[in-house]
Design a protein around this ligand. Structure first.
Ligand code: SDX
Length: 427
């Protein structure tokens, strides 16, 4: 492999360095392109453009591989837990037992959210979408924690990480409590992180909430599977906002908004709504496949396709098996799971989907499990955000510690050439 790429413009040749990653990914470093040639590249959606070098997560879309800090997603989902994986993503190594205990203890220092935050949530209508409330509350945390973190100060950065992990979980559940008209719950520092999620969501003052460890284990696995995914839309947003040296809460808030979109994390809610619509209309999978293939029809098969995976999303495989296990364990017989499997089977045999390498992604089955766990559909993407939080933090921290420049893409202008101003009476 040559270590330079040659570009010829107007008969003149230019050489640019080639860099090769740990897993032999090849990139052309065009840092000097405009200075040397006067030209820029253009790549809508950044399908062919790398924004950074990163040591956090590796994806191989062709082979369906996903690794966090070198550990396979299959191993981590099977043998680890969400807080341990969060530590791995953020600090780069699997924690010792003492590290993990210290991490959880430090998170617990920050699980009390300023009571005045309740005034903000009271300002929202009850039926406000939880993702919009979460984005606002996350940004509002800056007002109550105004001191920006010195990322080069290890202790300060560690505290900021623990504060974000502690407070985000609480305010995420407050979006549901507000929606239901329930009193807002407090984190219980004697219980585990994922167990607290269920208590914060469902515990009522009228009586004790019975924890089902099967549900906790299923959620813990789902959070691990959502924890990071290299430079996806919301993570790139967190990096972009953070590159202006905006604070961690403000950057995470922007990531929440990007994740909300139905083409991204909002797909898990859209999948369930799609499956319920198919069920309501007689469960005819073929009719909806035809709609998804019809260019005149805006309908897309939600939970299918992926910018990077042109093979099975490894997370979808794990979640599909977990869906069978969790529903069987809970004794839930949900017809939409049968519809989902029929849809997947039909799509995987259909030329349109096969020729475009469209497979189920992380969002195709996750909502079926959330529903079996009693999570309301509008909260599905909030759970995606809770899972993705450590990835956002890890990527933001890496971007700042690497002193990445402020993100500011160029453009090709195709608007009007210079023209004279025209007075109103002459228009
Ligand atoms: C996530 O990037 C990440 O890593 C994201 C994520 C993460 O963990 O952060 O993995 C999480 O966002 C998963 C994706 C969730 N979104 C959905 O399930 C929404 C449905 N999927 C699509 O909208 C689409 O597949 C995307 C947005 C996921 C990817 O879009 P791309 O890469 O821009 O691909 P494309 O739109 O150019 O599609 C290529 C072709 C097109 O057909 P042609 O123009 O070639 O004829 O495939 C078709 C598309 O029309 N196509 C679909 C389809 N997805 C792509 N046709 C029908 N149904 C679909 N779902």
């Amino acid at each position: 492999m040559s270590n330079t790429a040659i570009l010829e413009i107007d008969g003149k040749k230019y050489e640019f360095p080639i860099i090769v990653g740990t897993e032999n990914e090849v990139a052309i470093d065009i840092d000097k392109l405009r200075g040397e040639t006067g030209a820029i590249t253009i790549d809508p959606g950044y399908k062919n453009s790398g924004s950074c070098k990163s040591e956090i997560t590796f994806l191989d879309g062709e082979k369906g591989i996903l690794r966090y800090r070198g550990y396979s997603i299959e191993d981590l989902a099977d043998k680890s837990n969400f807080l341990e994986v969060s530590y791995l993503l953020i600090f780069g190594e699997l924690p010792t037992a003492a590290d993990l205990e210290k991490f959880e203890t430090n998170i617990r220092k920050y699980t009390l959210v300023n009571e005045e935050m309740k005034n903000i949530i009271d300002g929202f209508p009850k039926n406000a979408h939880p993702m919009g409330v979460l984005a606002s509350l996350t940004s509002a945390l800056t007002a109550f924690n105004p001191k920006s973190v010195d990322v080069s100060n290890e202790k300060e950065m560690y505290e900021a990480v623990c504060k974000t992990m502690g407070k985000f979980l609480v305010i995420a559940t407050w979006t549901y409590r507000k929606n239901m008209g329930y009193p807002l719950n407090y984190y219980d520092n004697t219980k585990g992180y994922v167990e607290n999620f269920m208590r914060l969501m469902f515990e009522l003052p009228t009586g004790p909430y019975k924890i089902d460890t099967k549900i906790i284990n299923a959620l813990d696995k789902l959070f691990i599977l959502h924890a990071d995914h290299e430079q996806n839309c919301s993570t790139s947003t967190v990096r972009m906002v953070g590159s202006s040296h905006a604070g961690l809460f403000a950057s995470i808030s922007a990531g929440v908004s990007a994740l909300w979109g139905p083409l991204h994390g909002g797909a898990n809610q859209a999948v369930l709504e799609m499956l319920e619509e198919i069920q309501k209309n007689g469960g005819d999978a073929d009719k909806y496949l035809a709609k998804a293939k019809d260019k005149e029809d805006p309908f897309r098969l939600m939970g299918f396709g992926h910018r990077v995976y042109k093979n099975f999303d490894p997370r979808a495989k794990i979640i599909k098996k977990a869906a069978d296990d969790v529903l069987a364990t809970l004794g839930v017989n949900d017809p939409v799971l049968t519809i989902a499997k029929k849809l997947e089977e039909a799509a995987l045999q259909d030329e349109y989907f096969k020729s475009r390498n469209l497979y189920p992604n992380v969002d195709f089955y996750s909502g079926i499990i959330y529903r079996a766990l009693g999570i309301p559909t509008e909260m599905f993407t909030v759970l995606f955000a809770i899972g993705r939080l450590p990835g956002w933090i890890a990527q933001w921290k890496e971007m700042r510690l690497n002193k990445e420049p402020i993100g500011r893409p160029r453009q090709v202008y195709t608007g009007s050439p210079l023209r004279e101003f025209v007075k109103t009476e002459n228009r």
